[in-house]
Design a binder for this molecule. Structure first.
Ligand code: NAD
Length: 524
């Protein structure tokens, strides 16, 4: 999975060890990568390799239930947890940015985010547009590793997507992978294509080259008939957001040579971008932050209305988190797409009552282009993930799958992250910044038998703004793997249920009661 994260089909910049999300890396440097691969090849069943921000620092004797790898990436002590200090340490070769699934080796390409994005746009459609995006135009920016899922997620919901990116390669890549339909020649051309498709209620996604900080305000000034606005540029890292007036070709060199200057200009540009988003909200559009911290950065530049629109989690996703639902994913180590087709059938067979899940699995089977190892994602909750995992392990044991499968998830999950601008924004009890939960999550996954467990800082929203944990468990068809999978895939989503019970969410309380999640403070 470490190598898969860096497969040229999967990673955004494999030569620099960058997987996705700005500078999210799989290993600190090539010497560390080689040492990790060499160590993993000889690691025994009772040994554990320790990874400190992308560099293997030790191998210790543990036991066969212990994880084979433990990773801690990008963590800094509170008062030092800012980009300046992080970059100073990174420059000295002492740390790396692990993002969420880059440094924890469970990135599966753009599909990883596709279903979450599809679910979010489905929730927008349900909330405001009668259950479909047909006849609507969504405006967004950022067609990178994650943001590239947006156009396909919108067209899967039958809408029209107008997507801005300043990197022509990002646009071409999404077209090549069939996530984006067409590239427009200019902003006027893009809008004309969008309006024609919207009037015909025909799904269409359109890429347009340019700087979102300029084009979004221009569209507002043109009174463009936009229904939904969001953004997935790499705003969490001001050195990865193109400031107004800087040619794209000069971006990397300018960021490297004058980081402070670049940061100030990027934040000022983000303020203009966010101001236009608020303008669209004032004009009646549905506007939300898509988890990239652009509101926080705009606020730092002095724009006072940055938080006038909500983040996507409180707006659409939290009820799912209360049920322990989140981005469950798996990859076929055989490399054979037939193995994923077989697991797709198993999911349809296991959860016949869940129609939206079935719709997703069928559409994904038809439309998702695999990058690197064939993989699948679907959102499953407490009481569901363990059933799926155990079935997959049985399928490996019986030979129905030709090789083991790894089962993991994004760090963006129900009980694994503290991130006040994103996953834990506006918690009912005000506990947004309490970071005990992701640490407990990592510890319970270690105690339950996960194959590798990670604790990261700063993923998604940037330094100082999040702490999160991940687990991956290998289904190799053995009875021992079956036991580990049952515990890990029960306890991991169980953290989501207890976290939301603790914060006072009724849905979570009902789930805990109905499905037997023990909450000591509620027992006699
Ligand atoms: P990425 O670095 O792969 O892509 C970012 C894209 O933004 C690039 O293609 C870049 O050219 C473009 N860009 C930068 N500045 C621009 C500007 N001024 N105008 C137009 N385009 C510009 O990043 P990614 O993996 O796609 O992630 C994007 C953001 O979304 C990150 O901040 C990430 O943390 C966040 N994210 C959100 C979620 C979620 O669940 N909502 C999940 C993962 C990541």
């Amino acid at each position: 999975m470490l190598q898969n994260n860096l497969d040229p089909e999967v990673a955004e910049h494999p030569d620099k060890l960058v997987v996705y999300g700005g500078t999210g890396r799989a290993a600190r440097d090539w010497a560390s990568f080689d040492a990790m691969v060499r160590t993993l090849r000889t690691l025994k069943q009772d040994e554990t390799m320790l990874v400190q921000s992308g560099r293997p620092v030790g191998v210790m004797q543990t036991h066969e239930w212990a994880p084979r790898v433990l990773l801690a990436n990008s963590n800094l002590v509170g008062d030092w947890a800012n980009w300046e200090e992080f970059r100073r340490l990174e420059h000295l070769g002492l740390t790396m940015y692990g993002q969420m699934t880059a440094g924890s080796w469970i990135y599966i390409g753009t599909q990883g985010i596709l279903q979450g994005t599809y679910e979010t746009f489905a929730a927008v459609a349900a909330k405001k547009f009668g259950g479909t995006l047909a006849g609507t135009i969504t405006l967004t920016a950022g067609l990178g590793g994650m943001g590239g899922a947006q156009p396909l997620a919108v067209t899967m919901n039958d809408g029209v997507a107008l997507c801005i990116d300043c990197d022509p390669r990002a646009i071409e890549r999404r077209i090549e992978h069939r996530y984006l339909d067409v590239r427009a020649d200019s902003l006027d051309h893009a809008l004309q294509l969008a309006v024609e498709a919207r009037d015909a209620r025909r799904p269409l996604s359109i890429g347009v080259l340019g700087n979102a900080a300029e084009l979004v305000p221009q569209l507002l000034a043109m009174n463009a008939p936009i229904d939904i606005v969001t953004d997935q540029t790499s705003a969490h890292d001001p050195l990865a957001y193109l400031p107004i007036g800087v040619p794209f070709d000069e971006m990397a060199m300018y960021a490297a040579e004058k980081p402070a200057d670049f940061t100030t200009r990027a934040r000022e540009s983000m303020a203009k971008h966010v101001e236009a988003m608020v303008g669209f909200q004032d004009a009646g559009a549905e506007v939300f932050d898509y988890g990239n911290s652009i509101r926080g950065e705009a606020q730092l530049a002095g724009y006072t209305r940055a938080f006038d629109f909500p983040g996507f989690v409180p707006a659409y996703i939290r009820p799912l988190f209360c049920e322990g639902k989140g981005p469950f994913r798996w990859a076929a180590l055989s490399g054979d797409p037939k193995d994923i087709a077989a697991t797709d059938r198993a999911i349809l067979d296991l959860f016949p009552e869940n129609e939206s899940l079935a719709r997703w699995i069928r559409m994904a089977g038809e439309r998702v282009h695999f990058q690197g190892l064939p993989a699948r994602i679907c959102w499953l909750g407490y009481g569901e993930r363990d059933r799926a995992g155990e079935r997959f392990n049985d399928m490996v044991a019986s030979g129905e799958l030709s090789a083991p499968v790894v089962i993991g998830r994004d760090h963006l999950d129900c009980g694994s992250v503290a991130s006040p601008y994103r996953e834990t924004e506006a918690m009912l009890d005000g506990s947004d910044a309490i970071a005990d939960w992701p640490l407990l999550n990592a510890m319970v996954n270690v105690a339950s038998g996960a194959s590798w467990v990670s604790i990261h800082h700063g993923g998604g929203v940037g330094m100082g703004r999040s702490i999160h944990a991940g687990q991956v468990t290998v289904a190799d068809g053995t009875a021992l793997a079956g036991e580990k999978i049952r515990r890990v895939l029960t306890n991991d989503p169980g953290m989501g249920v207890i976290r939301h019970v603790d914060a006072g969410y009724d849905i979570a309380e009902t789930v805990a009661e109905d499905r037997g999640v023990r909450i000591p403070m509620r027992e006699e």
